[in-house]
Design a binder for this molecule. Sequence first.
Ligand code: UT7
Length: 322
Amino acid sequence: MTYSRIVGTGRYLPERIMTNKDLEKIVDTSDEWIRTRTGVERRHVCAEDQTTSEMCIEAAKVAMADAGVGPEDIDMVITGTTTPDLIFPNISTIIQHKLGIPACTAFSLEAACTGFIYALSTADKFIKAGEAKCALVLGAECITKLVNWKDRNTCVLFGDGAGAVIIKPSEEPGIISCHLGADGQHKDLLYYPVGVSKDLASAGTDAAGIMMTGSEVFKVAVRTLGSIASKTLEDAGVTKEDLDWLVPHQANIRIIQSMAKRLDMPMEKVIVTVQDHGNTSAASVPLALDVGIRDGRIKKGQLILMEAFGGGFTWGTVLVRL
Ligand code: UT7
């Protein structure tokens, strides 16, 4: 049986950094509140004219160099994002063309903060089916462009960035298992009120911003992630003790801590970037993965659980041996 394996990672973060102190000047908040309630200390914010595809291209170049592959080797591009450059053409076609990748399967998918997990799981299936030999998988957002900077409930939470991985076929896993889920019953707890077929003219104005009932999202996230993590390990026949690293979605340090507790993992075995990146939505897991690999903590051969939860609600895990 053919598996897929992550053979390279990369990340890009915009130059501009906004600290909690900067936000104190914009809304009625405090560094202390943001740190203690969320764990965020600073976040990267893309330039006004910077697009998600531009960030993806930078992250992809790093991942391709890491994997030792060139544009001609890649035959699939999948991007998980809620904030593509344009409605069409698809962001992955822009990335494919600008990177000089020959014509191939290229598309994006939107699963809010779970976008990268959905994208990686999808690419894994293409590789296993023999329909792709080398996939560029991205999670990226210019989510701050959707933020209402007058709403302290949400504007302090988010940041921008792009993470990329290259996956290839392998005789050994690799990606051991993926679990995806979604349930629209709580859709009103976290959403953006404007879309293509609904109120498009007010997109990006003060009238539209990310709508979130934070404390309720928090409870469902903790509950759902806890049970899906346990199910993932059970299905794969591995125990909590087998896990080397947890690479979680970086929405809130308190959610991350509760996941670590549930998995009996000390925080030393959890990659935490929320203090530096904020919640970068679909970018958060691949950014954290790249940070952990590049600073030498995550090593080849180790067992990693990635997980995410976001608007929809959507959620997912990927269990991977690096
Ligand atoms: O990535 C997708 C999934 N997203 C998540 O998982 C996010 C989950 N939720 C959260 O992370 C947390 O619920 C938040 C960080 C969003 C909020 O933390 P919380 O502890 O749940 O606070 P809260 O919403 O219950 O608000 C507590 C208080 C309120 O004041 P009152 O009503 O108690 O007087 C808010 O008005 O904190 C106030 N508040 C703030 N105060 C200072 C809300 N935002 C701020 C702020 N600065 N920025």
